[in-house]
Design a protein around this ligand. Structure first.
Ligand SMILES: *Cc1c(COP(=O)(O)O)cnc(C)c1O
Length: 326
């Protein structure tokens, strides 16, 4: 079992220096219409406005920047349902490294096309992310390339944590930050930064009840495998990751589950009230405000809108009358 080092706040500030000049800060905006829908003062952190359409690019750029040149030369390999892949493809293209991505068959077509357009080699193979991971590991071993995990990567955590440094600079008086969780890198980053810069701020994680592995691992205090059926790709993981779970154990105030139907409703609310396109995972934090009315009454709540990369069928579902209030 490899031993992983958690990033320190120093690593996070170093990551921030790496990203400076490459990624402008993303907006933190509130919307009166949204506040009246959800009944709290919500501040949307617009990571949907990243060049890859998701926050993960912060981690990818930091990871490539912290690799030794000889290691970068041998390239990177990863398995992903989409945004992790786009982040690494983007960062690899910036640094001239080769990048192989394995996606399970029938991926979100928009995400697959974006990865190819960034010049990565994309292999669609396996029914599940676990099967894609096995193939990715085999390819990495054959080519001597660096295998990049979705959760147990300190440089990715340090990179994505910069979003929270930005957040607390933009608005120091946040009572709660709601973070959607798949592998848990984003939430781990939120915990590390909140501990250092905003000790009174609660970090609350959110996952889909159709893919509850991180939630159940957190509750059980051990790594759990769970069914993985959420339509929100960014949240769809089947197991807990040790590194991110260890941080969440220490610092999370709570971990909430929302169902996929509420996530879809939140995507609509995000579109209607905040004029913002969110993919399922990107609307999950907002879904927690819909699913737990009154839970955050009177608080200033930062809502991480982590990504915008909805597929075409998903775009149509968001505006389909069937799920909309009359
Ligand atoms: C990956 C992803 C998440 C979950 O992030 P983790 O760091 O894996 O927990 C949430 N939202 C979007 C849009 C994502 O791509």
């Amino acid at each position: 079992m490899p031993v992983f080092q958690l990033p320190t706040i120093g690593d996070i500030f170093r990551a921030r220096r790496v990203l400076d000049g490459q990624l402008p800060p993303t907006p933190l905006w509130s919307y009166p219409a949204l506040d009246s829908t959800v009944g709290v003062h919500a501040l949307i952190k617009h990571e949907n406005a990243q060049p890859t359409g998701a926050f993960k690019v912060r981690g990818g750029l930091n990871l490539l920047a912290t690799m030794a040149p000889a290691e970068r030369e041998r390239g990177i390999v990863a398995y992903s349902t989409g945004n992790h892949a786009q982040s690494l493809a983007y960062a690899a293209a910036q640094t001239g490294a080769s990048c192989v991505i394995v996606m399970p068959e029938n991926p979100n077509a928009a995400k697959a096309a974006a990865v190819r357009a960034r010049g990565a080699e994309l292999i669609e193979s396996g029914e599940t992310l676990d099967e894609a991971r096995e193939l990715a590991e085999k390819i990495a071993a054959e080519r001597g390339a660096r295998m990049v995990s979705a959760g147990n990567e300190p440089a990715l955590i340090a990179g994505v944590a910069t979003a929270y440094v930005e957040l607390f600079e933009q608005e120091p008086d946040v009572d709660v930050v709601l973070v959607p969780v798949g592998g848990g890198s984003g939430a781990a980053g939120a915990c590390l930064v909140a501990s250092a810069l905003a000790p009174a701020c609660e970090v609350v994680a959110v996952q889909s009840s159709a893919s509850p592995a991180a939630h159940d691992s957190w509750e059980a205090r051990e790594m759990m495998r769970r069914p993985n059926r959420s339509k929100a790709e960014g949240l769809a993981t089947g197991c807990g990751f040790e590194l991110t779970q260890s941080v969440m154990q220490e610092r999370l105030a709570d971990f909430l589950l929302v169902d996929d139907a509420t996530i879809l409703e939140a995507q609509w609310v995000m579109l209607r009230d905040a004029h913002t396109l969110a993919e399922g995972a990107g609307a999950a934090a907002l879904a927690a405000l819909l699913a737990y009315p009154g839970r955050f009454a009177g608080e200033r709540v930062a809502v991480m809108c982590t990504g915008a990369n909805a597929s075409e069928p998903e775009l149509r579902r968001i505006t389909q009358p069937a799920h909309l209030p009359a």
